[in-house]
Design a protein around this ligand. Structure first.
Ligand code: HEM
Length: 393
């Protein structure tokens, strides 16, 4: 086992990530300790994988690296993740495939194309509001509102309740509690489920209600947990949208290039995804003994895949610490990989393309008006607040 003497900062500590110190640690680990054991502390012991190839291989081997016991590190005193074996993200094959098939239709390229007009209208509305006010917080007023409106629409939350859903999810994200722990929100989902049981609609809740696995309907608990999981997963989207605006603020020459060459928008979106890597880690639990770079991982061991580290691996990306909207190739792992590859990837990419496209079309100038507060978490990364002043064209 390797001791991390060169870099005392701990990856298990949210403050390391908030302070922006994690990349230096990961860089050191990729070079010196790509498979590293962290002794138990406030979190149980775990292995870290930091190289692109190792992270990608683990994502692609759900037989050895299981998601059933949870996909995020959590303190031992919290016990097992209640969604284990029940939600999409926390299920292994073959059950996972059946569960994914129930909701997959809403996330295909075709379905997302059908949503694009509504998304563009929502983006135009949030941007117009921000331009009118002259100042706004990108995370709250633009990225957060857009992400929740879109998923609210898909889940089947009526439009008049979107603002309430937005408020409750904000409260849960800010408190770093799961959406399931937010009582008003869960009560709302229970009532929504009851309504859709009586009168199904063309939405995700109705699909979950009618969905079967091995010819058995999902239980109410499974329906609720999966709803919560789908809404909660959008936190990544909001952080990537806001993180993208932040990157363009920090690298004005990249914004200038994008303004001059708007055809670069799709590659800029990929670079923002790589750069922000808003899902900081995915955890797996080994199901069998496995050797990775000479280290023996035992069944039951937790293995943490650090996504931002894989996305800065210098053996895969040239000048990985450079933000480059024209980067090609760019085979980042921001959406994970294998069976659990992000279900919302097409949706998230479309939201980003539309938001940044409208930004290019309508915003002449934007600048920071206050400090950028980072999210303090080992699960997700990005700005918690991003206050800006913006001027229209
Ligand atoms: C830029 C934004 C996003 C990023 C970076 C991101 C990242 C990820 C990653 C890394 C995973 C794999 C987790 C694992 O294997 O343990 C994942 C899975 C997932 N994501 Fe996203 N995500 C984003 C946006 C979204 C959105 C908008 C949704 C909409 C509902 C979504 C829904 C999901 C779901 C349901 C899964 C689980 C899929 C499965 O287990 O089969 N994501 N995401």
């Amino acid at each position: 086992m390797t001791t991390l003497t060169a870099h005392p900062g701990s990856l298990a500590d949210p403050r390391t990530h908030a302070a922006g110190d994690a990349h230096a640690i990961w860089r050191w680990m990729r070079e010196n300790a790509p498979v590293h054991w962290h002794e138990p502390g406030h979190l149980p012991g775990f292995w870290s994988l930091t190289r692109y190839d190792d992270v990608r291989a683990a994502y692609r081997d759900p037989q050895t690296f299981s998601s059933r016991s949870g996909v995020l590190l959590r303190p031992a005193e919290l016990g097992r993740d209640p969604g284990g074996g029940l939600t999409l993200a926390l299920t292994d094959p073959p059950r996972h495939k059946q569960l994914r098939a129930i909701v997959a239709d809403w996330f295909t390229a075709r379905s997302v194309r059908g949503l694009e007009d509504a998304m563009r209208t929502a983006v135009k509305a949030v941007l117009a509001r921000a331009l009118e006010q002259g100042e706004c917080d990108v995370v709250h007023d633009i990225a957060g509102r857009l992400s929740i409106y879109v998923i609210g629409h898909l889940v089947g939350v009526p439009e008049e309740d979107h603002e309430t859903l937005f408020r409750w999810t904000n409260e849960a994200f800010a408190a770093h509690i799961s959406l399931a722990a937010h009582q008003d929100l869960m009560r709302y989902f229970i009532a929504l489920m009851d309504r859709r049981m009586a009168e199904p609609g063309d939405d995700l809740v109705s699909a979950l209600i009618g969905g079967t696995i091995d010819d058995r309907l999902l239980t109410e608990e499974e329906i609720l947990l999966n709803c919560e999981n789908l809404v909660g997963a959008t936190e990544n989207g909001r952080l990537a949208l806001a993180g993208g605006i932040l990157a363009l603020l920090r690298y004005p020459e990249q914004w200038a290039r994008l303004t001059a060459e708007p055809d670069l928008l799709p590659s800029a979106v990929e670079e923002i995804l790589r750069w922000t890597s808003s899902a900081t880690h995915s955890m797996r639990t080994a199901t069998a003994p496995v050797e990775v770079r000479g280290h023996r991982i035992e069944p039951g061991d937790r293995v943490v895949l650090w996504v931002p580290s894989a996305n800065r691996d210098e053996t895969v990306f040239s000048a990985p610490d450079r933000f480059d909207v024209a980067r090609k190739p760019n085979r980042h792992l921001a959406f994970g990989g294998g069976e659990h590859f992000c279900l919302g990837a097409v949706l998230a990419r479309a939201e980003m393309r539309i938001l940044f496209g409208e930004f290019l079309a309508t915003v002449a100038k934007f600048e920071l008006t206050g400090p950028v507060e980072p999210v303090a978490s080992i699960n997700v990364g990005g700005p918690e607040t991003l206050p800006i002043r913006l001027t229209g064209k």
